[in-house]
Design a protein around this ligand. Structure first.
Ligand code: BGC
Length: 744
């Protein structure tokens, strides 16, 4: 017997078996080896993260430093690519330094829950979209949102989450708006900051992305964004500044696009001058996947880590650049220091994740709670809502697979649905580009709420059949959706798949029609006048159907308000079509950015994004930013300003029949010297009120939110003068006015 041939065969077959196991997920656990830590002074928890990082750094060889500043490749993300033995099968993997007790970095995509859990037969909670959660304007809900992700990341063995999107909604058709927190920098920055703070509270490294001005998917790798510095700082970058200030994230992910001629991941202004100097960001800059374009330029201009790491900039070429002095060793040390200090700071060295079973029930309850605060009631003519359960009622439920589930967002934010896609179950993880429905059935929970009523479902493909069912019912609820994903923008604000015509047909057949929207972002509603009720539930997460049923039947009084303006039509947006889309051969399907030639995009709106655009151009939105109804009513009175303390005080009263929560909003228009023709959101509070109850709200106006960015001084300036302060229920309704005086 030829033993050498047998052993060769065994080696090859065992390798194949290992690879197969690796791909299937049932891999033998390969643990990282840790030596005795007693002799490692940096394991002293009493020291601060920077001291600990420096102690480790002093022990590291050049190769070890280089090892930390890039990943090991696409791994599970790209079919056929090698998967490192110790990778936890997430989006990114960076091997640690065993001899120094520095753990591997296992990164999980996790914008709305942990991605790719099914790969290892794991479970992850699908939260409502980030945009949905931003509609709650509730800092605690945002914190909870992040802590669910952190908790489940740890349980699945990840020590880093790469969610945290805070690009503002400049392009309402952007395929990734559902991953972000809306159009206002103060609201978005605050909500995402709280979210990432919640995540870090679970001792997982956090991330904020995509830095910066990555506002559309069309041409995302080739678009060169042009925007003057003042506008940039007062809008898009302000959202990052606020989020970073609150969350102190471990990392910031630089984006695919170019800004003013330089790619974001090698942009000195964005990375060195603004992020690291002005924002005092202490963590590390990680590139988006394959968004690194150079070695020396990127290293000198502020990039600290290349991901996923097979593009060959931050491995051997960086080592060489350091050796021959083109990149100083001090700069490499700074990169490594930033990574190490963030590990100590988040607690992943002292308290590494321990795998455990995710609690799906706790996750679902949390997701439902957040969704109940996220749902926005946009129209309620004749108080058609809340519904009452009665034997005489017949309800027609129409469309959007509302019999089996709720829609979710795609791309790297896709969470795997338990049991597979509810409308087309198939084994294995979700496929890129497929619209995934989660098993949270509106039909089931609406039936549960109204056991005596006759509730029928029809898919809505045949508009005439849907109209017939609606006609024979006392009430029709039409579900409409807008599937959105990374890699493609919506070609228009109109709902796809003839859903506008479906609503028109149903509304013509039954005057008691309610529309429930499951959209990634704002959509147009040409039928808005013809229906009695409109409910925006966004991508509602795994507790979506229960949350919706609770709102429809009044067990939960809706309190959400829009974090984005809804335009009447594309014609009212700064760009009537998504810039670059016309040069693309595809409008849906695969990634559009592969299809588009490089182009400049000068942001026409400047800092006037969203409601500021509508106000400054005198256009009327369909539904304004900050708008949302309740089953009760509120009254605002008595606005008083304290100039010295920069506070605004006013009273909110519940004038209706039931308990409710009002989001009271405070806006300020700057003195004329600021040359702004719009107001800014500066503060808000969620006020819970019993019927007849009044509360005094005191809101502080942060000087940063009142300032302009003075490019001649390269700094913020609080102008002296009279500031018009406005309080009320939305950006379009501010019944209370007063003046804040700021002295020289
Ligand atoms: C996305 C990032 C994501 C990364 C890893 C990129 O395509 O833009 O948001 O974290 O892939 O999956």
């Amino acid at each position: 017997m030829d033993f050498s041939a047998l052993s060769k065969r065994l080696t090859i077959s065992s390798l194949v078996a290992l690879l197969a196991l690796a791909l299937l997920g049932n891999r033998p656990a390969i643990a990282q080896q840790h030596p005795d830590t007693a002799k490692m002074p940096w394991m002293n928890k009493a020291l601060d993260p920077d001291q600990r990082a420096d102690m480790v750094l002093r022990q590291m060889t050049l190769d070890e430093k280089i090892q930390l500043v890039h990943g090991t490749g696409w791994g599970v993300l790209r079919k056929g690519d090698p998967v490192p033995a110790r990778s936890n099968l997430g989006a990114g993997f960076v091997p640690g330094i065993d001899r120094l007790h520095i753990p591997d970095i296992n990164m999980a995509d996790s914008a709305v829950g942990i991605r790719m859990a099914a790969l290892q037969s794991r479970y992850a909670t699908l939260l409502p979209s980030t945009l949905g959660a931003a509609s709650s304007w509730d800092r605690d809900a945002a914190f909870l949102y992040g802590s669910v992700i952190g908790r489940e990341a740890r349980a699945q063995g990840f020590n880093m989450s790469i969610g945290g999107g805070v690009d503002i909604t400049r392009e309402p058709r952007n395929g990734r708006n559902f991953e972000y927190a809306g159009e206002d920098p103060v609201l978005a920055g605050t909500m995402v900051g709280e979210l990432e703070r919640g995540l870090k509270s679970e001792r997982v490294m956090s991330d904020i992305k995509h830095y910066a001005l990555n506002d559309q998917e069309t041409g995302r790798t080739v678009v060169n964004v042009l925007l003057d510095k003042r506008s940039m700082r007062e809008s898009d970058l302000l959202a990052f500044q606020i989020a970073i200030g609150i969350a102190k994230p471990s990392a910031v992910m630089c984006s695919y696009n170019l800004v003013d001629g330089d790619h974001a991941c090698e942009n000195d202004y964005l990375l060195n001058q603004v992020l690291k100097k002005d924002f005092n960001f202490k963590g590390w800059v990680v590139s988006d996947w394959s968004a690194t374009h150079s070695t020396v330029k990127a290293a000198l201009n502020g990039l600290d880590q290349e991901m996923p790491g097979d593009d060959n900039y931050f491995n051997a070429p960086l080592k060489k650049a350091v050796e021959d002095g083109r990149v100083p060793m001090t700069r490499l040390d700074d990169m490594v220091h930033r990574i190490l200090r963030s590990m100590f700071d988040a607690g992943v060295v002292d308290d590494p994740p321990v795998r455990s079973v995710v609690d799906p029930f706790r996750g679902r309850d949390d997701a439902q709670h957040i969704e109940e605060e996220s749902i926005v009631l946009l129209k309620n003519s004749g108080n058609i809502l809340p519904l009452k359960s009665s034997p005489a009622t017949t309800i027609a439920l129409i469309g959007s697979h509302a019999d089996v589930g709720v829609i979710s967002g795609g791309g790297s934010a896709q969470v795997d649905a338990p049991g597979g896609n509810a409308i087309n179950p198939h084994p294995g993880p979700s496929k890129w580009g497929e619209t995934i429905y989660f098993p949270s059935s509106p039909l089931r929970y609406i039936r549960k709420k109204s056991p005596q009523s006759n509730v029928q479902y029809i898919d809505g493909k045949d508009h005439a059949a849907a109209a017939r069912l609606a006609k024979d019912s006392s009430l029709a609820i039409v579900f409409v959706n807008q599937p959105m994903s990374e890699g493609r923008d919506a070609p228009t604000l109109s709902l796809p798949d003839h859903q506008d015509a479906l609503v028109e047909a149903v509304a013509a057949a039954n005057p008691n029609t309610i529309v429930v929207l499951e959209t990634g972002g704002p959509v147009s509603m040409p039928w808005a006048q013809k229906v009695k009720g409109i409910v925006e539930m966004w991508y509602p997460g795994i507790g979506g159907a229960q949350a919706l049923a609770n709102v429809l039947f009044g067990d939960v009084n809706p309190s959400g308000k829009l974090p984005v303006s809804f335009a009447k039509s594309d014609a009212d947006l700064p760009y009537p079509t998504v810039p670059g889309l016309s040069t693309s051969s595809k409008t849906t399907g695969d990634d559009q950015h592969h299809e588009v030639k490089p182009f400049d995009l000068k942001y026409k709106a400047g800092a006037a994004v969203g409601y500021k655009w509508f106000e400054s151009t005198g256009k009327q939105p369909l539904f304004p930013f900050g708008f949302g109804l309740s089953y009760t009513t509120f009254d605002y009175s008595g606005l008083k300003i304290n100039d010295a303390a920069r506070t605004a005080q006013f009273t909110v009263k519940n004038t209706g029949p039931r308990e409710g929560t009002e989001i009271a909003e405070l806006y300020v228009a700057l003195p004329s010297a600021a040359k702004e023709n719009y107001k800014r959101l500066v503060a808000w509070e969620r006020v819970k009120l019993a019927p007849g109850e009044s509360k005094t709200v005191t809101l502080t106006m942060d000087p940063l939110y009142l300032s302009i960015f003075d490019t001649s001084k390269d700094g913020w300036q609080l102008l002296p003068g009279d500031y018009k302060v406005m309080a009320g229920p939305s950006s379009e309704s501010t019944p209370l006015h007063a003046v804040l005086h700021i002295q020289q």
